[in-house]
Design a binder for this molecule. Structure first.
Ligand SMILES: C[S@@+](CC[C@H](N)C(=O)[O-])C[C@H]1O[C@@H](n2cnc3c(N)ncnc32)[C@H](O)[C@@H]1O
Length: 220
């Protein structure tokens, strides 16, 4: 399914508190270096239009959230959404920030071991062709890196509407990172009305009645 067109937020919007380019980040990423406090840090890989990070950071004000999005236009759009959601408290310290750039090198080298509260990956690009599989955000290297950065008890959430991606991920985790323990199925939020979705791709799946496979792991 093609993605719908997206607008950059207007230039008049000051995104400096909620959007950083990967090259402008501190060398080591932590709540301390990014937000100036020690709150638990959650990371979302591939934030798309930023719905998850906006609602999750509002629902969990005692946690910090870092959204990483490789497409600059989407990173800016998500940052604009974050900023607009804080319209009532513009002076408060934000607990969420978007990073424009590739999540892979950040996970590999820039995050302290055993430090992250949760990693969220929702509806990653499927890369259907077998020869393109290595481009998937979830692959052997990233699974090992996610396991490395999660604290004990930290969570990895993975949702996709691609059964093959789901099965492959569950198999890789069982083989490579037994410290993740057993996969815990995650339930779909009750869909009382059309707005009960966590990400835009979840909404699309629901509208087109496409099944979604959801799992959570807790690091042992
Ligand atoms: C299919 S979209 C899903 C967006 C959102 N999670 C949702 O559910 O609506 C996948 C997103 O991951 C981003 N992405 C792909 N590879 C990435 C990477 N290596 N680092 C950060 N973002 C990435 C894409 O640009 C895209 O916005």
């Amino acid at each position: 399914m093609p993605r719908s067109p997206i607008k950059r937020p207007p230039a008049s919007l000051d995104l400096s508190k909620v959007l950083r380019h990967v090259d402008d980040l501190p060398e080591k990423l932590s709540s301390e270096s990014l937000f100036g406090n020690n709150a638990p840090l959650e990371i979302e890989i591939g934030s798309g239009k930023g719905l998850f990070i906006t609602t999750a950071s509002a629902d969990n004000p005692k946690h910090n959230f870092l959204g990483v999005e490789i497409m600059a236009k989407y990173a800016a759009h998500s940052a604009g959404r974050l900023l607009r959601s804080r319209r009532d408290a513009p002076e408060s310290t934000p607990n969420a920030m978007m990073v424009s750039g590739n999540a892979e090198p950040l996970l590999k080298d820039r995050i302290k071991e055993n430090s992250i509260e949760a990693v969220h990956v929702y509806f990653p690009d499927p890369w259907w062709k077998k020869r393109h599989r290595k481009r998937r955000v979830i692959n052997e290297a990233s699974i090992r890196n996610i396991s490395k950065v999660l604290r004990l008890g930290g969570r990895f959430h993975f949702w996709t509407d691609v059964l093959d991606y789901f099965e492959n991920t569950v198999e890789m985790i069982a083989e490579l990172t037994p410290e993740f323990g057993v996969p815990i199925p995650e339930e779909e939020a009750a869909a009382d009305h059309d707005l009960d979705y966590r990400t835009h791709f979840e909404r699309r799946s629901r509208q087109h009645q496409i099944p979604v496979y959801r799992v959570r792991y807790e690091r042992h």
